[in-house]
Design a protein around this ligand. Sequence first.
Ligand code: HMG
Length: 372
Amino acid sequence: MGIDKLGCYVPKTVLPLTTLAYARGVDPDKYTKGIGQVEMAIISPNEDVVTMAVEAAHTILDEADKASIDMVLFATETGLDYSKAAAIYALDGLGLPRSTRALELKQACYASTGAMFLAMDYVRAHPTKKVLVLSSDIAWYGFENAGEVTQGAGAIAMLISHNPRLGVISEGLKTVRNEKDFYRPLFSKVPLVDGKLSIECYTDMLKEVEDHQPHLYTCFHLPFANMAKKANSVLSYPMDEPHLNVVKELGSVVGNIYNGSLYLSLLSVLMHAQEDLTHHTLGMFAYGSGAMAEYFTITLQDNYMQGIHLDSLKSITEGRHRLSMDEYQTMMKHYESKEYASDIDLSDHVQPHQTFVLASISNGHRNYKKVK
Ligand code: HMG
């Protein structure tokens, strides 16, 4: 039981963190060396959590996969609607059968991992079926606050199956606490954050559930790249620096993608590890503020690289547009107004790499369009 295929999508527009640092009057070394982030992905006008999730799924699903999917679980803390699940839009965009069950799940950045474990229980009971777990988020903290440097946007698609090509997932060790570290009450457009408390909760909960075993790599939920350093330092068997750098490499140029972030760290290892990882067991730590955490392992299978689409992963960091500060501010203001718009036309903005876009919003309903 485990992950059959793993795909990812990240917007092609990024803000270099040196640009942000100069604009905010901060020493760039604080962001690039202290926080460890080089760039963060910024959502484009015709993208949202649905388009990113569909793009991520497109990179891995073939027609046979689509025919075997019985359920779509959409994990997000960037919900579009209090009632209608983003999974319904995504299912429609992917052309999945009408007999598919579609749901949205929430628990900060942990919902993706919770959904993955629920999906595995479902597949255990229905071994010929597969479950598509989509994780898609836009980390937006607003301008000029401590969280601004830890933003990002992106999606992960995971196909869960009985005989997984990529990796077998172990039972998890989980823990939950009622914490006030990061939350977004109904009155607020951005999260309310106690950054120091959030780091304390994260590392405390990791200590509580880690497996006290040495692993060549342990992947982490990475709200910013150097969270890996803090997490690694509390493990019973910390990784050496070259291995730690592999775990955080992709995250350092993407930023926080909330629910997908742990799986971005796994992709970073699959793409950048120097070793053949066949039959290796990697540690995995999921954390979602509020707070829920789970530690588990993934054991990579024979031909595990068949479970990812390497070319599309390599293209994540290719051909990106580096934004000026003015462009970034304009795009995030547009993002915020779009998220609360009842009617908007977005048909002018299609980029060459896009296959599925948000064309318009009419009376609050999102109208998506295949463009390839
Ligand atoms: P801050 O107060 O701006 O930064 O907040 P700082 O003063 O703690 O400095 C950061 C690091 O830079 C420190 O290193 C400094 O020493 C260093 P550390 O002590 O941590 O090793 N530094 C420098 N280094 C080189 N040259 C310099 C320099 N100056 C300072 N000149 C914080 C940082 C991450 C707290 C803030 O950005 C924040 O609140 N972010 C949002 C919350 C967050 O990401 N929390 C992480 C854990 S919670 C989580 O992961 C859940 C989450 O994903 C949400 C969810 O579950 O849905 C967020």
